[in-house]
Design a protein around this ligand. Structure first.
Ligand code: BMA
Length: 378
């Protein structure tokens, strides 16, 4: 009996990692099987489709909060997004809720829900300024203070410990106390939009060397000290004009799994749609040259005033070029609740003027929502 139990435990411990995906070269060579599978499958599906993603989709919408099973995207199309974005800001302080009042324990539940539905999970982190005590938008210099030897270094590793606990807790399956269960793979997108100067980790507030050091320390710590095995590391800039521009803060191929960028500019007029296509083309080229995948990690039009934005701008920008169309996913930002953030929404809700066009976008065979996904974790 004991021997059988020991064998069972051994088999379950081995099940987490595998050499099945020997062609998947992740930052973490010991990433779980499901993490590697997700990467391989995203690479494949990106050849023919784009996945649609939405930030905070299950937590709240324009007119509701915390309603089981609800989603503005689902209200309009009858389908959930394929990619679920979630935000960790304030987790570092041990807060119960993130900076947008989403409870972290509930967030874990929604993350597992999306995963069980076959969807993809990605995490952003508007991390507070560790040196000044201000928020992510407090641009006081901070990186030197948190690197090894800096006066806030220990505090920073405590913040990463909290992050590690969070992603380690994203486990599904029964008999977890016996070592069973599966960690939900997560596309982790730290220190994003760093080519702009609005966060303490980017632009004029740092040197490229500092950024690279911070990135590498963070990855090394999570992978080697904490043994976190369910992360895909995404490097994600703001808008850029050239490969050189994009790679100015690049930590190196051995520290990055996928290339992304955020663009809230190019789709604000018909005239600049081609600018996004051009950027996506460059992005995919840079990714493919490294055997990586690419994604439009954030985009959107606040309030979506242009009724045919979904097909005439977003879909057009992605599909107008045979290379650009090989991005894996495009994610639009959150649907801020009307009570606290009137007008701050990036997906339609039932009755919104762009809803009919969003349904057209959903029905386009090139676009995948949650209901059209192939198996991504097998
Ligand atoms: C920003 C806005 C803010 C929010 C932040 C983090 O773009 O949506 O209201 O706090 O993202 O989610």
């Amino acid at each position: 009996m004991l021997a059988a139990l020991a064998l069972l435990l051994f088999v379950s411990a081995c099940a987490g990692t595998s050499n099945l995906y020997s062609d998947v070269n992740l930052v973490d060579p010991n990433a779980t099987t499901e993490t590697k599978a997700l990467y391989a499958n995203l690479k494949e599906v990106s050849q023919t489709h784009v996945l649609f993603g939405h930030q905070d989709d299950l937590a709240y919408g324009v007119t509701w909060r915390r309603e089981a099973g609800r989603s503005d995207v689902h209200d309009v199309t009858g389908a959930y997004p394929a990619v679920y974005g979630w935000e960790l800001g304030d987790l570092e302080h041990g807060a119960l809720e993130n900076l947008d009042q989403v409870n972290f324990e509930e967030m874990k539940g929604w993350i597992k829900e999306g995963y069980k539905r076959g969807g993809v999970v990605t995490l952003s982190w508007h991390m507070n300024n560790p040196a000044t005590g201000g928020n992510a938008w407090d641009t006081g210099r901070a990186i030197q203070a948190i690197l090894p030897g800096g006066e806030k270094h220990e505090m920073y590793t405590e913040w990463l410990d909290r992050f590690a606990d969070f992603v380690d807790d994203l486990k599904v399956g029964s008999f977890q106390w016996l070592g069973f269960g599966t960690h939900v793979p997560v596309i982790f997108r730290p220190f994003h939009e760093h080519t702009g100067s609005w966060f303490w980790w980017g632009g004029r507030n740092v040197t490229p060397e500092e950024y690279v050091e911070l990135w590498r320390f963070t990855v090394d710590y999570l992978r080697d000290e904490k043994g976190i095995r369910n992360l895909i590391y995404a490097y994600s800039t703001d808008v850029f004009d050239s490969e050189e521009d994009y790679l100015r803060f690049y930590p190196g191929d051995e520290y990055v799994d996928m290339l992304g960028y955020d663009d809230y500019h190019a789709l604000s007029s018909d005239e600049t749609v081609a600018t996004m296509t051009n950027r996506l083309r460059m992005l995919v080229q840079m990714a493919e040259a490294r055997g990586m995948i690419a994604a439009l990690t954030e985009t959107g039009s606040e309030g979506i005033p242009y009724e045919t934005w979904w097909t005439d701008r977003l879909l057009k920008a992605i599909t107008d070029d045979p290379v650009a169309r090989r991005i894996a996913y495009a994610l639009v930002w959150r649907n801020g609740n009307q009570e606290t953030h009137p007008g701050h929404h990036y997906a339609p809700y039932a009755g919104h003027s762009s809803a009919p066009n969003f349904i057209e976008f959903y029905q386009d065979p090139f676009v995948l929502f949650g209901d059209g996904l192939p198996e991504l974790y097998d």
